[in-house]
Ligand binder design. Structure first.
Ligand SMILES: C[S@@+](CC[C@H](N)C(=O)[O-])C[C@H]1O[C@@H](n2cnc3c(N)ncnc32)[C@H](O)[C@@H]1O
Length: 345
């Protein structure tokens, strides 16, 4: 029996089963080993290029498969990169892909919220450039055993770093109905959060909540199988739980809070976000005009060509800024060139 057939056994309508089937058709059952299509690679490199002097040190806060770091190291032969990831599997893939750059790249298994202390341990006070490509990678979503996708049966885990911390199932077990609903509402921006939380907790109490497909089934029981605006009914709840399990917004806040201290004056930061909660935090941080001169008023989005080739790029928003001295005023030189004259979505 396929995953699609397993998805909603016993669920009332045939339409529901049919819907799951067609949804499943978009997915390959056997994802490739570690394939992550880097989003807005050229734009991130361009945003950081003006500070890629000889001897400059950059931080890639989310090295993942290594796409952005590879682009930086290839384009700027005299730049070194400190590459972070909290996921051992991603770091392993990046190490392999970037082996040819030798000691120009240093890998650190860490959360980027700890950027300041990690750099201090490496004896680095400030860096010239920082990039961050937020959220999860395609391999993390595609690997059923990580439990991040509602399309693949796996444990309800969702941790990016599997060496510790609470899984999504443990989180659901610990929270009350109301607390769970709040998380689904705030992190998933899901209006039907109360109904969903009740249904998920009921499934748990009935011993019917072991796998991601059980979780999806509980969500569909609460809100029905209909896609709203082309979005799977489970999308928002899965996103919310993943954000909570990995403290994604707290991590981003900690990074944004530390950046003014770890980026040298004149240094640059480029952050790619994939949903409004993240983008709002980045936007707000860059509004501190004593600290940052944003490279553009509006975030840059992927070209039509990239968006049609890579669905993940469709929701990407790139914000970049120059670290300035208080009172220096906006330093915008090079900004328009760096963003190819664009900057508007
Ligand atoms: C979108 S992927 C990066 C892809 C990469 N830019 C590339 O092109 O291959 C995001 C990566 O960030 C990592 N990550 C997410 N949050 C993190 C955090 N708070 N600290 C460190 N790594 C994090 C994830 O484990 C994942 O590997």
């Amino acid at each position: 029996m396929s995953q699609a057939q397993l998805a909603l056994p016993g669920l009332a309508t045939e339409a529901a089963a049919e819907w799951v089937w067609s949804e499943e058709a978009f997915d390959s059952m056997d994802p490739p080993a570690f394939a992550h299509e880097t989003v807005m690679r050229a734009e991130v490199i361009a945003a950081l290029a003006p500070v890629a002097d000889a001897g400059a040190v950059f931080v890639d806060a989310t090295v993942g498969g290594g796409g952005h770091t590879e682009g930086i190291l290839e384009t700027h032969p005299e730049v070194r990169v400190i590459a972070f990831d909290r996921d051992e599997v991603a770091l392993g893939a990046a190490r392999e892909r970037l082996a040819r750059f030798g000691d120009r790249v240093t890998f650190v298994k860490t959360t980027f919220g700890d950027v300041e202390s990690v750099l201090a341990k490496l004896g680095i006070e400030t860096v010239s450039g920082v990039c961050a490509d937020l959220g999860v990678s395609s391999p993390q979503l595609d690997d059923a055993s990580r439990g991040m996708s509602f399309r693949r049966e796996g444990p309800i885990d969702m941790r990016m770093d599997r060496s510790g911390g609470e899984t999504a199932l443990e989180l659901v077990e610990r929270l009350s109905d109301d607390e769970l609903a709040d998380i689904i509402f705030h992190y998933g921006e899901e209006k039907r959060s109360r109904r969903i939380a009740r249904s998920v907790k009921r499934a748990l109490a009935e011993g019917q909540l072991s796998t991601t497909l059980d979780l999806r089934r509980a969500i569909v029981r609460a809100v029905g199988p209909v896609r709203v605006g082309g979005v799977d009914p489970a999308t928002r709840t899965f996103q919310a739980l993943r954000i909570a399990v990995n403290a994604e917004l707290e991590q981003l806040e900690a990074l944004l809070e530390a950046l003014p201290r770890v980026v040298r004056i004149g240094g640059r930061v480029a952050i790619l976000s994939f949903h409004s909660l993240e983008d709002r935090l980045v936007k707000r941080a860059f509004q501190d005009r004593d600290t940052w001169a944003p490279l553009s008023k509006k975030p840059l989005v992927a070209s039509e060509e990239e968006a049609s080739a890579n669905p993940r790029a469709r929701s990407a928003k790139l914000r970049a800024a120059v670290r300035i001295e208080p009172g220096a005023g906006p330093e915008r030189s090079g900004v328009r060139q760096a963003f190819g004259g664009g900057g508007t979505p």
